[in-house]
Design a protein around this ligand. Structure first.
Ligand code: DPP
Ligand code: ZN
Length: 859
């Protein structure tokens, strides 16, 4: 298939004043009538009239009331149209029951629902299905279900008007036997908004947290961004079969039930936190995505990067900024760096695609959010606020571009952002090499940046990198608070001197140098708060890392020092077959027992780098990672940590118990995180006795899964696995956890076998994306199991991807990224992975989605 190019953008030749849709629902034969008022777009080049349409049976079409016979192809239709305003009408028939791709109008366990982003509306009716065509919609739904929902405000049963012009990808319809859990919110200007979460009967008791998170999101967007909600009602629907996490359809958000339903008994602390973040994310899209949308899909990061950034700010405000920053960076490194350093690397704003669904990536979302964070750091908080106000003012109602976005920052702050723009067009993770010098009382940090070649782009220009630096004195006191260095050149040095105001960045404006005794060399804390999405490379001793872990005032870098130390220890164990370093073990003992630190922080500090991280680090240093060796090193390090920390861990385990009823709030969740971290290590000493007791006593899902994962990690827990199934086999979301835990925690040589047997289980409904991801994704996440030398993991995943690809290309293609790291490994593994990818590419119903992914990975 021909790629679509950013450079080829042209505006649609018509503007749409009104869309009217009528749905006559039936599972196998839904009729859709459309009436669209169009007029020529004076700003568009001359073009043939073309409407997208796929898998539609056209019954009739009319222009200005006259029957016409358009020319219909597999992708849409064309016909002659008047050179004046006109009304297009059509009736089509579609088959929601047969729609297993879960794109367009489909059925999920008897309920009708839609997913139109990115290009699903063309499976509902003929339409210019592109984000820059915005129009108000009126919808009437006829069907037997008691609840009939669409976007906007309700007018009558099954009738909805959405006054806000929107692109077709934000259209939504839901029909089913649903119950609402309701509340209301009064906006800053005094407007009452009805809030509903719609669920299947029986799920009503799992909506409170989502509703509460929604109200907090609405308030936060008013307080922090000055954005009010703009309809009379805000509906959320929980759907069991859904390709993504959730979708921000105007006034009718549709959620994967996993991302909205929660009760203490069925959801973990991590689930609650994710639900809060996703509710916020989709709500925030109302302004960043819906009121201001994207001109074309190349601009996807305009709404996603910004909205992720906003939901990260929100989660930080609701919980802990330090802990959230660490979690966000873990996710960025785990998913985005992996992508950015492999065959699927692409710019935050891609310039070409075959299938846009393949570009809902960590790069567009997470790196996109990092770019907003860097912009904010560069222009300052006030500059950021002014720029955002201007953005909303200037572009409300627009389908905008990254150029528009950067222009508001330039106009609001007077800054030239032409170099910054490279971050949007240059893929790859920049390497930032750092060295220090100390001479005549002047301390100098020198940096060199370079970004490795990525597919289709060998040479990179220097990017502007905000480097947040603090300096510590020999006694551990901070002698220079966080100062942002702006690196713009390929190589650049920054000098600091000791002044009457302490250490300062040298320059004409710097305070006067202290005369007298020469100062001692400070210790730098670099890239505080992870101020840029780069890989920092420097020579640093374990002692200095230990020093920073003890003394750094920046919580992110304090954690980072511990993480770097753990990485150093693991790499040394792997490459030099050494025992775990005592310095690391002692440092961890200190952190674990430091009651001045937030328990959530301590829990994160005790974690080890992922096996994938270590594989990448070995590969970067020119070695061939062996997944089994990496796994074994992690196991020995955990054993050593457990033995060394045992005396400290037992009291922590007891002290971190949360008395009273379960609450998902951050304080208790942090205690449980530390408690379960301690339990994981203690289980290596007590044979699982505490974990068994916790499982027995657990009255919430966090404790239940915490106990079970500790047992599975030491190859125990058979009885608990059975008990868990007996208790939860009727609950789809909890059962996903049951599948996922067993596979992702299986020993490397057993993982594929465990996955095989679970795939035969009667509850393995593989057409449900959550269930498929739990099992097949669980194996892909079991790094050493997936990469086991037998090749059984590769084969299992490939066989299932082939099977899913013919039903649900979007989810199958997204999961093919399991293979994206194939070039890191030894020749045998490379051959096996290549062979499996070729097998996928050769299957007879290969989708465009999967075809593009495999081609990019193999090229
Ligand atoms: N539903 C996805 C998201 O919110 C795509 N827009 O990010
Ligand atoms: Zn989004």
């Amino acid at each position: 298939p021909q790629p679509i190019l950013l450079a080829d953008y042209t505006a649609f030749g018509w503007l749409i004043d009104q869309v009217e849709l009528e749905f006559h629902l039936a599972p196998r034969a839904t009729r859709v009538l459309s009436k669209i008022s169009l007029r020529p777009n004076p700003d568009a080049p001359a073009q043939d009239f073309f409407l997208h349409g796929e898998e539609l049976r056209l019954i009739w079409a009319k222009i200005n009331g006259e029957r016409i016979t358009p020319e219909v192809s597999k992708t849409g239709l064309t016909c002659a149209v008047p050179d004046a305003p006109f009304v297009w009408e059509a009736e089509v028939e579609i088959d929601p029951q047969d729609n297993t791709a879960l794109e367009g109008l489909y059925m999920s366990r008897g309920m009708y629902c839609t997913q139109c982003e990115a290009e699903g509306f063309r499976k509902i009716t003929f339409y210019p299905d592109r984000p820059d065509v915005m129009a108000p919609f009126k919808v009437r739904i006829f069907g037997e279900d008691p609840v009939l929902l669409s976007n906007g405000n309700p007018v009558a049963q099954g009738e909805w008007h959405d006054p806000w012009p929107k692109p077709a990808y934000l259209f939504a319809l839901v029909a089913g036997d649903l119950r609402a859990v309701s509340s209301s919110f009064t906006t800053a200007s005094g407007k009452d908004v009805e809030l509903n979460i719609w669920v299947r009967p029986g799920d009503e008791d799992r909506c409170d947290y989502g509703l509460d998170a929604l109200k907090r999101s609405m308030k936060w967007d008013e307080d922090v961004y000055g954005r009010e909600y703009d309809l009379d009602v805000f509906n959320i629907v929980a759907v069991d079969d859904f390709n993504m996490g959730a979708m921000e359809n105007k006034g009718l958000n549709i959620f994967n039930s996993k991302c909205v339903l929660a009760s203490p008994e069925t959801a973990t602390d991590a689930d609650f936190a994710r639900i809060e973040a996703i509710i916020a994310h989709e709500y925030f899209h109302n302004w960043t995505g819906n009121r201001i949308t994207c001109r074309d899909w190349f601009q996807l990061c305009l709404k996603e990067g910004l909205t992720v950034f906003r939901d990260q700010q929100f989660s930080g405000d609701m919980r802990s900024h330090a802990v959230h920053r660490i979690q966000d960076v873990l996710m960025l490194r785990g998913r985005q760096f992996r992508e950015d350093n492999g065959p699927l690397a692409h710019p935050v704003r891609p310039e070409s695609y075959v299938e846009i669904n393949n570009f809902y990536t960590a790069t567009v979302y997470e790196k996109g959010a990092e770019l907003i964070g860097m912009l904010k750091r560069l222009v300052g908080d006030d500059g950021y606020s002014q720029a955002l106000d201007l953005y909303f003012d200037r572009h409300d109602g627009d389908a905008a571009t990254i150029e528009d976005w950067l222009k508001v920052f330039e106009d609001a702050t007077g800054r030239d952002l032409s170099q910054f723009k490279r971050w949007y067009s240059q893929p790859g993770t920049p390497r930032l090499h750092m060295s220090e010098a100390f001479e005549d009382g002047t301390y100098t940090l020198s940096f060199a940046q370079d970004t490795p070649p990525t597919p289709g782009q060998d040479v990179k220009d220097p990017q502007v990198i905000p480097i947040a630096v603090g300096l510590l004195g020999a006694n551990g006191n901070e002698v220079m608070p966080t100062t942002v260095l702006e690196m713009t050149e390929a190589k650049q040095s920054f000098s600091f001197r000791n002044s009457v105001e302490g250490w300062v960045l040298d320059g004409p404006a710097a305070a006067e140098r202290i005369s007298g005794a020469a100062p001692e060399k400070p210790t730098p804390s670099v890239l505080r708060h992870f101020s840029a999405p780069v890989i920092l490379e420097r020579d640093i001793t374990p002692e200095t890392l230990g020093f920073l872990l003890s003394h750094d005032t920046d919580p992110f870098n304090k954690w980072e020092a511990g993480r770097a130390l753990a990485k150093h220890v693991l790499l040394t164990m792997i490459t030099q077959s050494t025992q775990p370093d005592a310095l690391y073990l002692d440092a961890m003992a200190q952190v674990a027992a430091d009651s001045a630190l937030d328990p959530a922080f301590r829990a994160l500090a005790l974690g080890l780098p992922s096996q994938d991280d270590i594989a990448q680090a070995l590969f970067d240093s020119g070695q061939t990672p062996d997944p089994q060796v990496i796994y074994d090193a992690g196991q020995s390090l955990r054993d050593a940590l457990a033995a060394h920390l045992e005396p400290a861990l037992a009291p922590i385990y007891d002290a971190m118990a949360c008395p009273g009823p379960y609450s998902p709030e951050a304080g208790d969740a942090g205690k449980r995180a530390l408690r379960h971290g301690a339990l994981g290590l203690l289980s290596r000493c007590d044979g699982g006795a505490r974990a068994e007791a916790l499982y027995q006593a657990a009255d919430n899902m966090t404790d239940q899964t915490g106990a079970l994962t500790s047992l599975l990690a030491i190859a125990k827990g058979g009885d608990q696995v059975q008990a868990f199934y007996d208790q939860w086999h009727g609950d789809r979301l909890v059962l996903d956890k049951w599948f996922g835990m067993q596979v992702s925690l299986a020993k490397p040589d057993q993982a594929a076998q465990v996955a095989h047997s679970l795939a035969e289980h009667p509850d393995f409904d593989w057409t449900n994306p959550n269930r498929f991801r739990a099992l097949i994704g669980g194996l892909a996440m079991n790094t050493a199991g997936f990469h086991h030398e037998s090749g059984a993991g590769y084969q299992f995943v490939a066989d299932w991807l082939i099977r899913l690809d013919s039903k649900n290309p979007q989810t199958a293609a997204r999961m093919s990224t399991a293979f994206e790291t194939w070039r890191r490994f030894d020749a045998d593994r490379q051959d096996m992975m290549r062979e499996q990818m070729q097998k996928i590419a050769a299957h007879d119903k290969l989708s465009r989605d999967m075809g593009e992914m495999i081609t990019r990975m193999l090229d």
